[in-house]
Design a binder for this molecule. Structure first.
Ligand SMILES: Nc1ncnc2c1ncn2[C@@H]1O[C@H](COP(=O)(O)OP(=O)(O)OP(=O)(O)O)[C@@H](O)[C@H]1O
Ligand SMILES: [Mg+2]
Length: 359
């Protein structure tokens, strides 16, 4: 179902995105070692990744690093190793990879499961084993969804590990997705000569929002599929309000079609849902500084110049020096909540802009 409000896994559920899917699949089949799948939140990165991995003839493992971090408050090598191994466990895969994994220190097999049982475990050794397996199977794809969270690895330095794998393990492809694009690049540090990934080639695929026409067509098709009739003006208005952000469009469609709500009520529900999502997402940021809230509000209200936003903040919360203010606003850009274009700041997501106006 097109409107199903969870990350999609099959091509039939994915609207458009043929080009991006083809680009991703071709990069993998060409043997590229590092692919980045970038784009704002709710544009369908996880969905695209799922569909690509499902269609791939090669074995693959995927780790949702954001979820892992929120569950364990860390992504050290034992945690990531455990998840990598559990995604191999239970499948016929475990039989297939067993002979390769037997070289990895610190892991033990029990039936169809394989577990980390000692501190000797090294993620590099596990990748070396998967590389050997990849030699046999053409390639193994390792995907880190929301890879910017790998920065919380503590003593486990994933940038160094990925750099080592890129240089030495030719049968592995890494796919990293990231919605907090600035944070992801801060973590990968391709431009820093001191950093392990300095100058490494990466194939970037950027997911954009849908055009107005594509968005309207998405809603028409989804409602048709759900057997729910809506007026053309409502479709146009929904796209006006939600823009080409497929996550919001599908949520609107899902709520409307399943709960039989009218247009206005469904839009209200989307906003309500956005508020609750945002509150959880952003509360961590607000805990660092209450100023983030006011800056977001200022930008959402239409202040777009650096100095106007700073004035608004000063009026509300008192003096802040220039460099501290710059750090705060640039952080919001890195998190993707704020966009900076030609020296002007905006909130790229109209639904979030509405939420921030009221915070
Ligand atoms: N091409 C598509 N066609 C239909 N629905 C889609 C498409 N892409 C995404 N969706 C829907 O939009 C929502 C968001 O998608 P998804 O979780 O894949 O995005 P994301 O970019 O990974 O978001 P986040 O940054 O929050 O992780 C989901 O409900 C999904 O079903
Ligand atoms: Mg995602």
């Amino acid at each position: 179902m097109l409107f199903l409000p969870y990350p999609k896994t099959r091509r039939e559920e994915l609207y458009d995105r043929e080009n991006e899917l083809k680009e991703l699949e071709e990069a993998i089949s060409r043997g590229e070692r590092l692919v980045l799948l970038l784009g704002m939140r709710r544009l369908g990165k996880s969905s695209l990744l799922n569909v690509a991995l499902n269609e791939l003839p090669n074995p693959s493992v995927k780790i949702d690093v954001r979820k892992t971090y929120s569950e364990y408050s860390s992504v050290n090598r034992y945690i990531i190793g455990k998840i990598l191994l559990s995604s191999l466990s239970g499948k016929k895969l475990v039989e297939e990879v067993k002979s390769f994994l037997s070289r990895v220190r610190g892991i033990t097999f029990s039936g169809m499961k394989v577990e980390i049982t000692s501190k000797d475990f090294s993620i590099t050794e596990l990748l070396e084993a998967l590389n050997e397996y990849g030699r046999e199977r053409g390639r193994v794809v390792i995907a880190f969804d929301e890879a910017q969270y790998l920065r919380f690895g503590g003593a486990t330095k994933y940038d160094g590990i990925i750099a080592y794998a890129m240089d030495n393990l030719e049968n592995l492809t890494f796919i990293l997705t990231g919605s907090e694009v600035g944070l992801l690049f801060d973590f990968l540090k391709f431009d820093n000569p001191e950093a392990p990934l300095f100058g490494r080639y990466h194939h970037d695929i950027l997911l954009e929002r849908f055009s107005k026409e594509l968005s309207e067509e998405f809603l028409r098709r989804g409602f048709e599929e759900a057997g729910f009739s809506v007026r053309e003006e409502e479709i146009e208005d929904a796209v006006e309000e939600l823009d080409g952000i497929v996550g919001w469009l599908s949520l609107y469609g899902y709520i409307r079609a399943t709960r039989k709500l009218n247009h206005e009520k469904a839009l209200e529900e989307v906003l309500k849902e956005a508020k609750s999502v945002i509150n959880t997402e952003i509360s961590r940021l607000f805990a660092y500084s209450p100023r983030y809230r006011i800056i977001l509000k200022a930008v959402a209200l239409g202040y777009s110049r650096w100095s106007d936003i700073k004035d608004y903040l000063t009026l509300k919360l008192g003096y802040i020096n220039d460099s501290n203010f710059s750090i705060l606003i640039e952080n919001l850009v890195k998190y993707g909540y704020v966009e900076k274009k030609e020296g002007r700041y905006t909130i790229p997501d109209p639904v979030l802009a509405k939420v921030f106006r009221e915070i």
